[in-house]
Design a protein around this ligand. Structure first.
Ligand code: PTJ
Length: 254
C-alpha cells in the first residue's frame, strides 16, 4: 500500500503512514534496516504514551526552541529515520531557528550520507553538512565519531533525534547543550540530554518549529528564562508516569 492509498479514516492512520515512510526510506537507501527495528520500538512507547504530546513534552519542545534561538551555532543532526519520517519538517525547524543541518549516522556509509543530503535538498534544504567528515566526537570509533569540523564539532546546541546512548554521552562530554527527541524516557540518550523531548519525532519537530516561530521576537533574557525554567528530570518523570499509569485507551482493531 502506498502512503496515499492509506485511508485517512483508518484508526491507525498516523501509525501506518509512519511505517510506510520508514519502509520507503529503506527502499530509497536512506534508512538502515536497523531503522525498521528502531521504529517498532518507538511505536510501542508511543502506544503506551497514548500517541499524544504530553504537556511535559510540549514544555520541552518550547525549551528546545528557546535554546536553539539563543544559540550561537545550533545544529540539527539527521539520521536515516529522521530523513525518512520528517524531511520537510526537519528542514523547516532548522530554518526557523537558524540552525545547520548535518547528516550524522550510527551505521555510517558515505553513500547513505549523500543520499540523505540529496533527500533533504529535495525537501527544501540549501546546505547540508556531514559530507566533509573532517571533525570528530572524541571517545567514539571512527565511523560513529566522524562529524564536520564546522558543523556538529563546532556547535554549542545540537538536536539529536533518535540518538544512540553512546553518542549522546560523548556529545555531552564535549560540553554541548543536547536536545534529544526519543519516545523512550528510560533510554540513555534522553537521560543524558539537557532537554529531552519524550514525543514522536513526527509530532515533536513541527511542534518545536511552532514554538520557535512564536518566540521569534523574544529577547535573550526571555529565551534564557524559558530554558532555565525547564527541568529535564521532571519531564522524564512525567513521561514515565504517563506510561506506567496510563490506560490502554488507544483503539487498535488489528
Ligand atoms: O540512520 P542511522 O544509521 O543513524 O541509524 C538510526 C537508528 C535509529 C537506527 C539508530 O540510531 C539506532 O539503532 O537507534 P536505537 O538504539 O534503536 O534507538 C532508537 C530510539 O529512538 C529508541 O529509544 C526508540 O524508542 C526511539 N524512536 C524510534 N522511533 C521514534 C523514536 N523516538 C521518537 N520518534 C520516533 N518516531
Amino acid at each position: 500500500m502506498t502512503e496515499t492509498a492509506i485511508p485517512e479514516d483508518h484508526p491507525r492512520y498516523a501509525s501506518l503512514v509512519t511505517r510506510h515512510r520508514i519502509e520507503a526510506g529503506v527502499e530509497k537507501g536512506i534508512t538502515s534496516k536497523q531503522g525498521l527495528i528502531a521504529q517498532g520500538r518507538g511505536e510501542a512507547f508511543d502506544y503506551l504514551l497514548g500517541e499524544r504530546t504530553l504537556p511535559s513534552a510540549d514544555a520541552a519542545a518550547r525549551a528546545a526552541a528557546a535554546a536553539l534561538l539563543a544559540a550561537d551555532h545550533p545544529v540539527v543532526s539527521v539520521n536515516g529515520n529522521v530523513a525518512a519520517l520528517a524531511p520537510a519538517e526537519t528542514v523547516e525547524l532548522a530554518e526557523a531557528v537558524g540552525a545547520d543541518l548535518e547528516v550524522n549516522l550510527f551505521n555510517h556509509t558515505d553513500e547513505r550520507v549523500r543520499r540523505i543530503a540529496d533527500h533533504l535538498r529535495e525537501h527544501g534544504a540549501d546546505e547540508v553538512k556531514g559530507l566533509a567528515g573532517d571533525g570528530e566526537i572524541p571517545g567514539l570509533d571512527h565511523a560513529r565519531g566522524t562529524v564536520d569540523a564546522d558543523g556538529i564539532e563546532a556547535a554549542d546546541v545540537v538536536v539529536v533525534p533518535l540518538e544512540d546512548g553512546d553518542r549522546a554521552a560523548a556529545l555531552d562530554a564535549m560540553g554541548k547543550t543536547e536536545i534529544v527527541i526519543d519516545l523512550n524516557p528510560g533510554s540513555r540518550s534522553p537521560r543524558t540530554a539537557d532537554i529531552p523531548i519524550i514525543d514522536n519525532l513526527v509530532r515533536a519537530v513541527p511542534n518545536a518549529t511552532a514554538h520557535a516561530r512564536d518566540l521569534a521576537d523574544a529577547g535573550t533574557a526571555e529565551l534564557d528564562a524559558i530554558v532555565a525554567d525547564f527541568d529535564a528530570d521532571d519531564a522524564l518523570a512525567a513521561a514515565e508516569a504517563a506510561i506506567r499509569e496510563g490506560s490502554f485507551a488507544v483503539d487498535d482493531p488489528e
